[in-house]
Design a protein around this ligand. Structure first.
Ligand SMILES: Nc1ncnc2c1ncn2[C@@H]1O[C@H](COP(=O)(O)OP(=O)(O)OP(=O)(O)O)[C@@H](O)[C@H]1O
Ligand SMILES: [Mg+2]
Length: 272
């Protein structure tokens, strides 16, 4: 989306009602057997919002992200991407399943996911990783996909490594390749699950800098992170998850400078 959207959307008062809705999650529940991991989590992001999702280990952050692209099937609730709600039906065991496989596949190609552990295809070069889905799933002409991939690899500082295999890259380089791969599908929403937590400390900065640049581009992003300083800088909204519910949410200033719940206060001071 271009500058025009930004101008139309920004009313200067944080009023989101006029902005294009990029993603809306309503009352999401997820249960693994007897364990209820998400207990009614809702989130709504407008075009260009960067939502930081924070919370302790086991609070349900990854499960929530995975439910958005149906890598995990929610037990109840709805997910809507740019106005299109994922169609679900009862699975007969108290849960839900996709009602329309084609729709899921299509919507997945609009969500760029970046994992903690990179998940690059090890038997493919960096360039092959980036063009794989555009060419073999989306049917783009190969030369066009290569041109886009090369531009993206330049952006993340990896053009020189385009013919290298992942095993020969540092963790930071692999994660930047994974980000280029996620961008290559021209996603409507980027989902990041702790993209820097598997990295050596000296490599964290290069990845955060790439994500920080994306945040400035009017891209809609949901970012699970333990990097509080970074969340503070890039997020437009912060959600604190605890025990599968949103315990507190608000602007980065409100959450980090003026947390209300005792638990959030403790969490923030434990992380600094
Ligand atoms: N496939 C699964 N089967 C059973 N339980 C699961 C599964 N995936 C997650 N869980 C459980 O759900 C809870 C939430 O897990 P989740 O991975 O979403 O937490 P998280 O907030 O991402 O934690 P972390 O910060 O450690 O990554 C945990 O108790 C976890 O053990
Ligand atoms: Mg997690």
């Amino acid at each position: 989306m271009g500058k025009l959207d930004r101008q139309i959307n920004a009313d200067g008062e944080g009023n989101m009602t006029d902005k294009a809705q990029a993603i809306e999650v309503r009352d999401l529940y997820k249960r693994f057997g007897p364990l209820e991991v998400l207990k009614g989590v809702s989130l709504s992001a407008s075009q260009g919002d960067v939502i930081a999702l924070i919370g302790g280990s086991g609070s349900g952050k990854s499960t929530f992200l995975r439910c958005i692209n149906m890598l995990e099937l929610p037990t109840a609730g709805s997910v809507t991407i740019h106005g299109e709600t994922i169609e679900m039906k009862q699975d007969g065991h108290g849960g839900m399943m996709p009602a329309n496989r084609r729709q899921i596949q299509r919507i997945r190609t609009k969500l760029g996911m970046v994992f903690q552990s990179f998940n690059l295809w090890q038997h493919m070069t960096v360039l092959q990783n980036v063009i794989e889905v555009p060419v073999n799933v989306l049917g783009q002409p190969k030369d066009q996909a290569i041109a886009v991939a090369e531009t993206l690899l330049r952006r993340v500082g990896l053009y020189e490594k385009r013919d290298a295999y992942p095993a020969f890259l540092s963790g930071g380089q692999q994660q930047r390749a994974a980000i280029a791969r996620a961008l290559a599908i021209q996603p409507l929403v980027m989902l990041f699950d702790e993209p820097t937590s598997a990295l050596d400390p000296e490599l964290v900065g290069e990845v955060l800098s790439v994500i920080g640049d994306l945040a400035k581009e009017n891209r809609t992003m949901i970012l699970v992170t333990h990097e509080m300083k970074f969340a503070r800088q890039v997020a437009s909204h912060v959600i604190y998850l605890h025990g599968g519910v949103i315990e507190e949410q608000g602007s980065p200033e409100a959450i980090f400078e003026n947390p209300q719940s005792e638990r959030l206060k403790k969490f923030i001071s434990s992380i600094h």
